[in-house]
Write a protein that binds this ligand. Structure first.
Ligand SMILES: [Zn+2]
Length: 245
């Protein structure tokens, strides 16, 4: 997807040993252009990793490996993934959305947001479900962000649907054999968003007909092998964790 780098002066380098575990959905209560300026205004002291326009335009302000200042406070959090005593900025990625609290979200904004959430989740091995895609007010209940109009369940289901669509994963049609080191699950798409449909026992030699380098990155490895029956298994569980070398 096309992402335009805008940058922000407000962020903290690194994550002090934490990693992204969830995506926080925000609402700008304003425009994408206004947000571009606000995140670079010395007085704001706020930022997010991304901002999405109502037409689906995506801007990036902070690298995912760094902390954006989007959800630094907690107040009676209802989110089950919340870590007491740890700044949520350390373990979340924040996405802002253009518009006001009572404005309907256009299809283009849902679509771009879902595509971005899917990419983030595959990159950081984050499950695509409502426990890992949360509204800001689920962390900070004094706030109404992201407003009354967004359907977070719909957004999450869209992201999950994009993740399991094989048209969104590359496939290198190279045949070979590989031995599985430990029991590995079989799925219809190279992501845990696709349900487990079987498994292969450790020590088994498997014939594969191709592989993808754009699956869910488990332990940083996004490679998954594909069998002749179309089922995928994660390459990290095999004696050749990076195919094609
Ligand atoms: Zn917010």
């Amino acid at each position: 997807m096309d992402v335009v780098w805008k940058g922000s002066r407000h962020f903290s380098k690194g994550r002090r040993g934490y990693r992204p575990e969830a995506v926080v959905v925000h609402l700008m209560e304003g425009s994408l252009r206004g947000t571009d300026a606000w995140f670079n205004d010395p007085a704001s002291n706020v930022s997010a990793h991304y901002g999405i326009g109502r037409d689906g335009e995506v801007h990036q302000y902070v690298r995912e490996a760094d902390q954006a200042w989007h959800a630094g406070r907690s107040w009676t959090p209802s989110w089950s993934g919340h870590r007491d005593g740890v700044n949520p900025n350390l373990y979340t990625i924040g996405i802002e959305h253009e518009g006001k609290a009572d404005e309907t979200w256009p299809a283009a904004m849902y679509k771009a947001s879902a595509a971005l959430i899917k990419e983030i989740c595959l990159r950081w091995n984050i499950p695509i479900d409502r426990q890992h895609v949360v509204g800001h007010r689920e962390i900070y209940a004094r706030n109404t962000c992201p407003g009354s109009q967004v359907d977070l369940s719909r957004l999450t289901k869209m992201a999950s649907g994009i993740a399991v669509d094989l048209g969104n994963h590359n496939l290198i049609g190279q045949k070979g054999k590989v031995t599985v080191r430990a029991t590995v699950n079989l799925r219809d798409a190279p992501t845990t968003a696709s349900p487990k449909v079987g498994s292969i026992a450790g020590g088994t030699e498997v014939v594969y007909t191709g592989w993808t380098s754009s699956g869910q990155a488990i332990d940083g490895n996004p490679h998954w092998y594909r069998r002749a029956d179309g089922r995928y298994f994660w390459a990290g569980a095999t004696e050749q964790p990076v195919p094609g070398l």
